[in-house]
Design a protein around this ligand. Structure first.
Ligand code: GDP
Length: 195
């Protein structure tokens, strides 16, 4: 699946701009700065496919990429805006909710969580929304290279106890480091079996 080209298809700012839901897709979501661009770039083997940005909320679009011309990989830009004006945040939240809860071809949401921080309120809001909409999500821990084993184990335990509360959660966590390449083949494999 990842041996072929992954290409940018389009950025969408409203539901009526979405490509038709005629093929299976997976989505990547997470708080700003969680390491989502780095992960998508590592997965697809393309350095600058998803823009790596340290400016929270710079991109307000849902970005569609084609996977091997058969599927979509969808990048939902980071939530948790510190500096954006309220109307922008609200418009964005509406679009995010509409997409996450109303996309019939959405197979699974990969919810990225920074290993250093564990799940935050904003993450739990998404877990709640996905559970209400019966969209399965799976947690991807990012930047695991930044933690010692003992620290990581603690965060994993905490994360597992949080996701248990949400019926749409997939129990298995994926541990990744885009920097070291850890977990990338595993994640590719999971996506390949899903679509
Ligand atoms: P995004 O805002 O979620 O797209 O996050 P980015 O991919 O732009 O990453 C945010 C910051 O975390 C950048 O400074 C990255 O270099 C850093 N980062 C991302 N992934 C990793 C990782 O696996 N390990 C380490 N050590 N740093 C990472």
């Amino acid at each position: 699946l990842f041996a072929g080209e992954t290409d940018f298809l389009k950025g969408v700012v409203a539901m009526d701009g979405m490509p038709p839901a005629d093929r299976l897709e997976v989505c990547f979501a997470g708080r700003s700065n969680v390491g989502k661009s780095s992960l998508i770039n590592a997965l697809t083997g393309r350095k600058a496919l998803a823009r790596t940005s340290n400016t929270p909320g710079r991109t307000q679009e849902i970005n569609f990429f084609t996977l091997a011309e058969e599927h979509y990989l969808v990048d939902v830009p980071g939530y948790g805006f510190a500096n954006a004006p309220l109307p922008v945040v609200e418009k964005w939240q509406r679009l995010l909710k509409a997409y996450l809860s109303g996309r019939p071809s959405l197979r699974r949401v990969f919810l990225l969580i920074d290993s250093r921080h564990g799940p935050k309120t904003a993450d739990e809001e998404i877990m709640q929304l996905l559970s209400k909409s019966a969209v399965t999500f799976q947690i991807v821990m990012t930047k695991v290279d930044k933690l010692k084993k003992g620290e990581l184990d603690k965060v994993l335990e905490k994360t597992k106890s949080v996701i248990k509360k949400y019926p749409a959660s997939y129990p298995e966590l994926v541990l990744t480091s885009s920097e070291k390449g850890e977990g990338i083949p595993t994640l590719r494999h999971i996506i390949a079996t899903l679509v």
